[in-house]
Design a protein around this ligand. Structure first.
Ligand code: HEM
Length: 480
């Protein structure tokens, strides 16, 4: 395999910047591309690469299809991008695939949606710093030249500190997150073959899990007279090499609704709360305990000593889903070795490797309870807005992100289940997918069923972005 050109690959692919606790995302609209291109040329020098660990702060940049068009990329190149990127996240057929109807409908989104009054998102600046003060300085420095660079700031999406007091990354329902990530071959030390994925699944220009090059956008040689881009297929120049795609979804979490529902569903006969049963049902829905411990490894109770363990599979350990239900969020979003036609084999893992996601999101909105204590959450007075800025990186949006969202998370017919979606984040819109508001836990002698799950997660915004290599960014800044 070619060694990875780390100098040219944006740093967010190699790392989640765990040392940079503060982050913000700026959504930008290009008003005058002739002014924006010199700004972009300068910014390209500041973009963090995958070569080095960042110091106190860093930035990355991603561009929508409309952003590429606004910069002047000609139609002959725009048309070489994959259809899902060209159409964008809110195209009606994509909304159907993603479950974006009902309360998720893009017409209600706060950004990136279809409401005519919303400005089109062209650029996404991802900013990271060690602390809030350094982040504020970075934001101020970057925003200052926007008016003179023909750029309008559409929105600033803030995030919560990455790590809680225990040094873990917790999402708002109270569960440790970002434990299970794919390891990129040639980039991350390969400790676990089952999680080690060919670079081409996440970076364009390298072989993917099919030993092929993932489709990459191109430009005609005459449009790159200074040969800024490497040679690509069919005598073209390769605009995609060392780039990828970044999927962004702002997902709002109804944390009070989540714990109230679980409390009601598990009450004792006299109507009093049953905290153990409540936690147990929550863990069954996630597939991990709050510390992160997998239900496969510790089915009866949390064991924080193995909270960060990821060396488990499902078929041999838990073929019937008695430990981790088939419908649990983590088992749906990564079924590991349980995919047919030969579950439990190398072949099953090989299929699974073609649908992995590199998650890089962060939470937003203050937690209701700093200790994530369900009893405190249940009595919260002013719930407020909070959730996850879900970010994932993949070389093929349709085969990776869209497949996971559509065929696993929101599929009522998944792994022998036939009438339910992901209990944590699934779409429950009536009428579209049938009755999808229940959750099944396989158990002996009888399965347990929880009914009438409300929708706990609602989409507030989102877009598909191209995450170019650094050379490609420089090329885009030279467009006529
Ligand atoms: C508010 C929304 C979400 C919440 C609260 C949430 C929560 C979690 C939690 C607690 C974990 C376990 C930690 C870990 O295994 O790393 C997890 C894992 C995961 N989630 Fe989510 N998630 C959300 C949205 C999504 C979405 C939209 C997707 C993809 C479309 C997704 C895909 C995954 C994947 C692939 C894993 C790793 C599973 C594994 O490899 O075992 N999540 N999530």
């Amino acid at each position: 395999m070619d060694s990875l050109d780390l100098q040219d690959i944006q740093g967010i692919i190699a790392r989640g910047y765990g040392n940079l606790n503060a982050a913000a995302y700026l959504l930008l609209h290009i008003q005058d591309a002739t002014l924006t291109k010199p700004w972009l040329a300068k910014l390209a020098d500041q973009v963090q690469t995958s070569q080095d660990r960042p110091g106190n702060r860093c930035l990355n940049l991603a561009i929508t299809y409309q952003g590429l068009a606004a910069l002047g990329l000609p139609e002959s190149s725009l048309s070489t991008f994959p259809t899902e990127f060209q159409e964008g996240m809110t195209e009606p057929n994509r909304s159907r695939v993603l479950g974006d109807h009902g309360s998720n409908n893009p017409q209600f989104w706060q950004w990136g949606g279809t409401h005519p009054a919303q400005p089109t998102v062209h650029l996404l600046l991802l900013l990271y710093a060690r602390d809030d003060r350094q982040l504020a300085e970075l934001v101020a420095e970057l925003v200052e030249p926007f008016p003179a660079s023909g750029i309008k700031l559409i929105g600033k999406l803030d995030t919560q500190p990455l790590k809680d007091e225990q040094g873990g990354f917790r999402e708002h329902f109270g569960f440790r997150d970002a434990i299970s990530q794919p390891l990129i071959e040639g980039l991350h030390p390969s400790r676990a073959p089952e999680h080690t994925i060919k670079a081409g699944e996440f970076i364009l220009g390298y072989p993917n899990e099919y030993n092929l090059l993932t489709e990459s956008p191109r430009v005609k040689p005459e449009l790159d007279p200074h040969n800024l881009l490497p040679l690509g297929e069919f005598g073209s120049h390769d605009l995609g090499r060392n780039g990828s795609y970044l999927v962004f979804r702002q997902l709002s979490q109804d944390v009070v609704g989540f714990w109230r529902f679980l409390d009601r569903a598990t009450q004792h006969a006299d109507g009093s709360s049953n905290p153990d049963a409540r936690l147990h049902l929550a863990a069954k829905m996630v597939g991990r305990w709050p510390s992160g411990t997998s239900l496969v490894q510790s089915p009866d109770g949390d064991d924080p000593s193995v909270g960060d363990k990821n060396n488990f599979a499902y078929h041999h350990e838990d073929a019937q889903g008695l430990r981790c239900p088939f419908g649990a969020h983590v088992r749906r979003s990564n079924p590991r070795d349980s995919l047919g036609p030969a579950p439990g084999t190398e072949q099953s893992i090989a299929v699974n490797k073609t649908h992995r996601l590199l998650r890089r999101g962060r939470t937003y909105g203050a937690p209701i309870s700093d200790s994530f204590d369900p009893d405190e959450i249940l009595t919260a007075q002013s719930p407020g807005e909070r959730g996850i800025h879900f970010i994932c990186i993949n070389a093929n949006i349709s085969r990776q992100f869209e497949f996971v969202q559509h065929t696993w998370i929101n599929n009522p017919k998944f792994s022998g289940l036939y009438d339910e979606t992901d209990p944590l984040i699934g779409d429950r819109s009536p009428g579209k997918l049938g009755n999808t508001n229940r959750f099944t836990e396989p158990a002996c002698p009888f399965r347990n069923r929880t009914h009438e799950l409300p929708q706990f997660v609602v989409v507030r915004g989102g877009a598909y972005f191209f995450l170019p290599g650094i050379n490609a960014l420089r090329y885009l800044a030279t467009l006529a």
